[in-house]
Write a protein that binds this ligand. Structure first.
Ligand SMILES: C[S@@+](CC[C@H](N)C(=O)[O-])C[C@H]1O[C@@H](n2cnc3c(N)ncnc32)[C@H](O)[C@@H]1O
Length: 376
């Protein structure tokens, strides 16, 4: 059996033969867990979990938490869930090891790619405080979340994110993990055909997987990217050089940046919000309102955390319980209109829609955003 591979570039961490075999195993195991085994869970629920719960409680489970209470009693779910956690830890271990083995070489490549004349720029702020919602857990089981720095000019966390994103998404987000950005840019162009984009900001860019597609979608625009993580930004800047794209990367907190008022025509983020908190999210939306010029657009491309069926919502919330994603389910239930209104967006200019995938992402993405009023 052959497995899909990421498109290599001059910054890519390259697995050796044995590491590649382990990555292939991680991909194959995830394929089975998310495929044939996942497909069996609804019948476990209907035929066993729900009837047993109903016998005890005198009614069927109603919301996703009750569905969870019922499902967590079944051996089928326990096995599926335990294997899912084991797979997550395993692929994080393997991707981490690939990047640790090559760290001196990766740092060397970073220095060579960014040492001379560059496209775009990199601005770091050593000592930037990392908010608790990023610092208090090892998000999706990655040691140190995005922030470990073992040595000077460290790029380990960024390299691991690049390789890891491909395995995590089972290659379904494109050969350069670009789907969120390609899909977001296409969505903006279709929904706001008259939007003039001279300056774009991607908040929570990590290594710029979703940022680079905006360079192609808006070739005349200046593209900026912001993140808390220095090692991700170093790697992302070098990756952008390797791929010939001009992006201005900056270390900062999206809740309160130092860009001037009205500086951007378009502000996007990709799977940033679910890794924040119910306090940070309104702050980020308010910051978007400040940074947009009148008529500018904000779009947050998110994992599809909104589910109408309780069973689906329970499965979607697996990551909260077993994959260190504490805010994921809260975001799924949150009123997203309120923070946008409080930030000053007009009710009729706020939207929540599906952003269609341009690759194989099942169900597409959740698109949440607003257009800033043009004024009088
Ligand atoms: C899931 S990753 C985003 C992935 C990336 N946008 C992509 O499409 O590949 C979340 C990123 O958001 C960053 N982040 C979280 N909170 C942030 C904040 N308040 N300001 C800036 N970046 C933040 C983290 O450092 C991390 O790199």
């Amino acid at each position: 059996m052959t497995y899909t591979r990421p498109l290599p570039h001059a910054m890519s961490p390259m697995p050796d033969f044995e590491e590649q075999a382990r990555l292939d195993f991680a991909l194959a195991l995830k394929g089975v867990l998310r495929g044939s085994l996942r497909e069996k869970l609804p019948s476990v629920y209907e035929n066993r979990a729900a009837p047993e719960w109903a016998e005890e409680n005198g009614r069927r489970p109603q919301d996703w938490r009750e569905v969870g209470n019922a499902m967590e009693q079944t051996d089928a779910y326990k096995w599926w869930s335990a294997l899912g956690r084991a797979q997550q830890e395993y692929y994080v271990d393997v991707t981490s090891a690939v990047c640790i083995r090559q760290l001196p070489d990766l740092i060397d490549r970073y220095k060579k790619l960014t040492g001379g004349e560059t496209k775009g720029s990199l601005q770091l702020s050593p000592g930037l405080p990392i908010p608790d919602y990023q610092n208090d857990v090892d998000i999706h089981c990655v040691p140190g979340s995005y922030f470990i720095e073992l040595t000077e000019d460290d790029v380990w966390s960024g390299a691991r994110s690049d390789l890891g994103s491909f395995i995590f998404s089972m290659g379904k987000h494109g050969a350069l993990n670009e789907d969120k950005g390609v899909a977001g840019a296409a969505f903006v162009k279709k929904r706001f055909p008259d939007l003039q984009v001279k300056r774009v900001l991607d908040m929570g860019c990590t290594v710029g997987l979703s940022t680079l597609p905006y360079c192609d979608a808006f070739p005349d625009a200046e593209v900026h990217a912001l993140d808390l993580s220095a090692p991700s930004l170093r790697y992302g800047f070098a990756r952008a050089q390797a791929l010939g794209k001009a992006v201005h990367f900056k270390q900062g907190n999206a809740e309160h940046t130092d860009y001037p008022d009205g500086y951007f025509d378009l502000i996007v983020s990709h799977i940033l919000l679910h890794e924040t908190s119910s306090t940070a999210l309104p702050n980020i939306v308010a910051e978007c309102a400040r940074l947009l010029r009148p008529g500018g657009v904000m779009l947050h491309v998110e994992v599809p955390v909104r589910r109408t069926e309780a069973f689906d919502q329970f499965i979607t919330s697996w990551d909260v319980r077993y994959n260190n994603e504490p805010f994921w389910a809260t975001l799924g239930e949150m009123d997203l209109v309120k923070p946008a209104i409080e930030a000053g967006f007009h009710k009729d200019d706020i939207f929540e829609e599906t952003v269609p995938t341009h690759n194989d992402k099942v169900g597409g993405w959740l698109g949440y955003g607003a257009q800033k009023a043009r004024g009088e």
